[in-house]
Design a protein around this ligand. Structure first.
Ligand SMILES: Cc1cc2nc3c(=O)[nH]c(=O)nc-3n(C[C@H](O)[C@H](O)[C@H](O)COP(=O)(O)OP(=O)(O)OC[C@H]3O[C@@H](n4cnc5c(N)ncnc54)[C@H](O)[C@@H]3O)c2cc1C
Length: 445
């Protein structure tokens, strides 16, 4: 049968797969349940502000993302964050402190205890762990100390996963960190050795640079749409897939292969032919519920905004997880002299807050936001809340079972790929990497 691929979901994963299939001349159709192309990515322009309702930025952290953006560069303008993005603030005792970026600041920062500052000198000589299910908390306390967990890793985990480091397993949630210890015996030794390894031209372009696009992340979606066209994207389409001996049947049409990019809870309806017991190990995946709030001021007279933003450790007992200084990071996000922020509430540790309405959140968060932003009164020109019921998959100890179940279902159903954030990472760059790998597999097969 001629290759004809059904892609379920039009988020960045599905679109990236479609882009490479189109380039290789392989037929495809995207089935999207909602009326929006781009999945959780969406950029809105309102009242002089340009803001995201899903992801705010990504990192150029792998070659696949660098390559995709180079290939799309005739259709959108990549925007790298302002240099001040390198500075990240952490809240301690109601004051913002810069997260250390070098040895001197690491020694002088009030964020970490004196004991842990001394402990870090011993990190290269500490024995590597041997428990593949060690949580992020356990690993960080073992190698660096409790204050590093509380004032560096816990807020970082809030920023990426809206999660709990006591639940997340390092091997699955932070695989790069896990591999540094496993391969090199230490984070510090590993980072130094990795930096010295020879790199190809494209590897040299992999950086910690934070990206968006001129006009917001939706422009990346639009760039892919311009490349693949809209004729093969079916919107408002909830489907169930029928499996036949040699093909999959969707909406009366035959497909040689199916790639699912949807959240775990969608799979039972989508794949009625899959073993229900096995599928359950995927469906059980925990997700963080998050409400994303955009706050805009036409005239700014609060704290200095010379950073990426501020993250808030759980120990500080606040209701928001952190603040992104979006108008510092990227151009044209707020009127001249104004400011635009993104904040998040809810997450694994405070799920009930994600249930509040926009009006309730505005009233409830006012005192906290006023204090954190250094304002005498809280009168934003824009306050918008966006709920994400299943925002971020949490890679806990159940990941082993989940990954085994994915493999089993794929083995039992030839040419079916179970992709999306149920595996391989939750960031935009992770999604692009996974999509590129799957497209290459389909093209090569
Ligand atoms: C609030 C929020 C903030 C985030 N912030 C960042 C960030 O700043 N940086 C970063 O790197 N990452 C961030 N992420 C993560 C990142 O955005 C996602 O991992 C990524 O965009 C997911 O892309 P995807 O294509 O895999 O899935 P999705 O974007 O979720 O796309 C899946 C698509 O499948 C569709 N679908 C679902 N069920 C069906 C069905 N049965 N049939 C057909 N279609 C279906 C959905 O409607 C959706 O369009 C954030 C995520 C959220 C939710």
């Amino acid at each position: 049968m001629k290759k004809n691929i059904a892609i379920i979901g039009s988020g960045i994963t599905g679109l990236t797969i479609a882009y490479y299939l189109k380039k290789a001349g392989i037929g495809f159709r995207i089935f999207e349940k909602s009326n929006h192309i781009g999945g959780v990515i969406n950029t809105v322009s309102e009242n002089g502000f340009l803001f995201e309702t899903g992801p705010n930025s990504g990192t150029l952290s792998n070659t696949q993302t660098v390559r995709l953006f180079e290939e799309l560069s005739d259709k959108f303008e990549l925007e790298l964050a302002n240099d001040s993005a390198k500075k990240r603030l952490i809240l301690k005792n109601n004051k913002w402190h810069a997260l250390p970026s070098g040895l001197f600041s690491a020694v002088t920062t009030p964020l970490f205890s004196f004991k842990d500052k001394l402990r870090i000198l011993g990190e290269p000589f500490r024995k590597p762990g041997n428990n593949p299910l060690e949580t992020v908390s356990e690993l960080v306390v073992r190698r660096l100390g409790k204050s590093f967990l509380d004032y560096a890793i816990d807020p970082f985990i809030s920023g990426i996963y809206a999660g709990n480091p006591d639940y997340l397993v390092t091997k699955y949630a932070l695989p790069k960190l896990y591999n540094l210890e496993q391969q090199y015996g230490s984070f510090i030794k590993g980072a130094i050795k990795k930096a010295k390894e020879p790199k190809t031209d494209i590897e040299k372009k992999v950086t910690k640079d934070v990206f968006s696009a001129k006009g917001g992340l939706i422009q990346i979606v639009n760039a892919i749409i311009k490349k693949i066209g809209t004729e093969n994207i079916k919107l408002n389409k909830s489907i169930g897939i029928i499996k036949n001996d040699n093909f999959y049947l969707i909406d009366g049409q035959e497909y040689s292969s199916v790639v699912s990019t949807v959240n775990a809870s969608e799979l039972p309806d989508l794949l009625p032919f899959a073993d229900k017991n096995v599928l359950q190990d995927i469906v059980n995946t925990k997700y963080a519920k998050v409400t994303e709030i955009t706050i805009g001021f036409k005239k700014w007279n609060g704290i200095k905004l010379d950073a990426f933003g501020g993250l808030i450790p759980s120990k500080e007992k606040k209701n928001i997880l952190g603040l992104l200084f979006m108008s510092t990071l990227f151009k044209d996000r707020a009127p001249e002299g104004g400011a635009l922020f993104t904040t998040f509430t809810g997450g694994i540790k405070k799920e009930n807050l994600a249930e509040l309405s926009e009006a309730e959140l505005k009233e409830f968060l006012e005192p906290e936001l006023k204090e954190l932003l250094g304002l005498s009164e809280f009168k934003p020109d824009l306050f918008r809340a966006f709920k994400h019921k299943k925002a971020i998959a949490q890679y806990g100890a159940d990941s082993e079972k989940r990954l085994a179940a994915i493999k089993k279902i794929e083995r039992e159903n030839k040419y079916l790929f179970l992709a999306g954030s149920i595996r391989d990472g939750v960031g935009l760059a992770d999604r692009i990497k996974q999509a590129t790998d799957i497209a290459e597999q389909i093209i090569a097969d």
